[in-house]
Design a protein around this ligand. Structure first.
Ligand SMILES: Cc1cc2nc3c(=O)[nH]c(=O)nc-3n(C[C@H](O)[C@H](O)[C@H](O)COP(=O)(O)OP(=O)(O)OC[C@H]3O[C@@H](n4cnc5c(N)ncnc54)[C@H](O)[C@@H]3O)c2cc1C
Length: 423
């Protein structure tokens, strides 16, 4: 009897699947020890990492930042493949400016001396709630001072346009909440488990972006795998596996193959058998796949796994890229402060889906491509809008914030449409 090599199939060719494939394939004696395949439902590798081009500029429709470089395997690969240098400008090459321009609805530019205490308060609150070290005495004093400022009589006297001082303070605080929502992808920050947040530890060191694009890391991981090992357009619909050993009979190409206990069913009706499967699909796919009526796993996964999958939260984050008109120059890193959705003072033409978005900024200094992030309900709503509706929403908003500056033109033609990316 010819003994067969065990077959390992990795589902998903994103960062996780390709890292697993790279590690397995480059491990000692791998070619003798097992067969390896990667099956990917989409038409490209990379999953939520995709560097692409928009109006001549390089953009990241998915992951952008290496969150801490010291000890980061992503940084190591980017460094080894010389991906951290480029002659061409790239998204966020300038990082995030220390003093962005903050403008309140109605075109009122806010003095940093007004914004910064609120920014500091918000940062301290987040640090406190996430269990990061803060100067707790100083923090308590700061909260007291802030409350005194917000609630004291001085508050009633000063304002700009139709803003009272207090409503402006609250709106700046809300702007920070919106930014924080993009970091966590939570629709509502109150739904986060801040004890669990404490377990999220970043690598130390700088946070940087990758000059030659995040996809260069993906390409490097995939480059060691032989042609044909990654199969695209192979969406898995069902995973039949054996909770209690090798009881089932598996047929593949007419060959009775009892030794492979897992059978993958693809959306085109084809199947593949395997000894081991590494599932790297996203949490959203797993949640749907383990819901009552799904049957993606047969038999269902054990309850400790389905329980963990159901308890983990996730959210939607979208990036929107727009091209500014030729005549627009020096567009700032703009922090946007809006009246709340239910305020009678809000400008009627500014769409509600922009009101919980906090910034619009060039992807690098002087680029004509500007970027904004959306999270939660608004991100979902954005997905249902046409590109014309998105452009028209921004066209109604930006002049209200930067009245003296020419606004971006409405895009037309395929290369000038806004781009959306989702998490
Ligand atoms: C807009 C955005 C910005 C982000 N910014 C950052 C950032 O700055 N820094 C950072 O570190 N992270 C960032 N992230 C998160 C980061 O992109 C992800 O954590 C990471 O890419 C996830 O990789 P993964 O392999 O786990 O999953 P994915 O990339 O989702 O890969 C899963 C793969 O499985 C495939 N698949 C799904 N279902 C099936 C099926 N049934 N059969 C076969 N294949 C299937 C999918 O097509 C996909 O290719 C961002 C994400 C988004 C969307």
């Amino acid at each position: 009897m010819v003994s067969k090599k065990p077959r390992i199939v990795i589902i998903g060719a994103g960062m996780a699947g390709l890292t697993a494939a790279n590690k397995l394939y480059t491990s000692a004696n791998s070619k003798q020890a097992f067969e390896l395949s990667v099956v990917e439902g989409g038409s490209r590798i990379g999953g939520r990492i995709s560097s692409s081009e928009f109006c001549g500029d390089r953009i990241e429709t998915g992951a952008t930042w290496i969150h801490g470089i010291e000890g980061s395997p992503v940084y190591k690969i980017a460094q080894e493949t010389n991906s951290l240098h480029s002659d061409q400008p790239w998204e966020c090459m300038d990082g995030i400016p220390e003093h962005p321009v903050t403008v309140a609805e109605g075109g009122h530019e806010l003095n940093p001396s007004f914004v910064e205490p609120i920014s500091k308060l918000f940062k301290n609150l987040m640090d406190f709630i996430q269990g990061n070290a803060i100067d707790s005495d100083g923090f308590a004093t700061e909260i007291l001072k802030h409350c005194a400022r917000s609630c004291g009589p001085g508050n009633l006297s000063v304002g700009v346009g139709n803003w009272s001082r207090k409503s402006l303070q609250e709106a700046v605080f809300a702007m920070h909440e919106s930014t924080q929502r993009t970091f966590t992808s939570a629709d509502d920050l109150c739904t986060l488990d801040y004890n669990a947040e404490r377990e999220y530890i970043m690598f130390p060191g700088e946070e940087i972006t990758i000059a030659r694009g995040y996809s260069s890391v993906i390409e490097s991981l995939a480059s060691v795998l032989p042609v044909g090992m990654i199969q695209l357009g192979r969406r898995v619909e069902k995973i039949e596996w054996q909770a209690d050993g090798l009881d089932g009979i598996h047929m593949e190409n007419g060959y009775c193959n009892n030794s492979r206990p897992v059978k993958l069913h693809f959306c085109d009706g084809s199947t593949m058998s395997a000894d081991h499967v590494i599932v790297t699909v996203s949490l959203g796919v797993l949640k749907r796949g383990t819901s009552q009526d799904s049957g993606m796993f047969n038999p269902p996964l054990p309850s400790f796994k389905t329980g963990a999958i159901s308890r983990l939260g996730y959210g939607v984050v979208n990036k929107v890229f727009l091209q500014l008109s030729q005549e627009t120059t020096d567009f700032p890193f703009l922090q946007m402060v809006f009246h709340p959705q239910d305020s009678e003072l809000r400008h009627p033409k500014i769409p509600h889906w922009i009101r919980r978005t906090s910034f619009l900024c060039p992807i690098y200094s002087n680029s004509r491509i500007v970027l904004s992030w959306f999270t939660g309900q608004e991100a979902l709503e954005l997905e249902s809008l046409t590109e014309e509706e998105i452009v028209s929403g921004f066209s109604a908003t930006v002049p209200n914030l930067l009245p003296s500056k020419p606004t971006h033109k409405s895009c037309n033609g395929t290369t000038e449409q806004p781009r959306k990316a989702n998490k």
